[in-house]
Design a protein. Sequence first.
Length: 138
Amino acid sequence: MGILMRNHTIDNKLFIHAILMAYRGAKFMVTKKAAPKKAKEGPRDIIAKAKPEGKLTGKKLVGTITHFFDKISVAVIQVSAPIKVGDELAVEGPQTNIKMKVESMQVEHEKIKEAKKGDDIGMKVPSPVRAKDLVYKV
């Protein structure tokens, strides 16, 4: 039979042992199990969690920012849907909200007119963006 103490049932032997240890001046250490570490999210995980696309929002997710070169103001975008020169894009994130028109794109320093799913492209942007920001076609 156990003793009820502060909404916890404690076995009699454990309770007596705890009292004896406290009397002798021992310090008790309470330990908790460590929570499992969360894996870092990659661009594909972020795309999967993105807001719903379609007619209600008026925009379609076309990629994710993976890197930003601040001195030349160029963003690297991992493309998840086709993008063409002339498309209107919106870059959105916790601290970013930019609308822009695609003037040029590059893959390995070569200009391209259209990017397809899976490409990593470089694109000049008007203001700083951050990794994990989402790129929408408006």
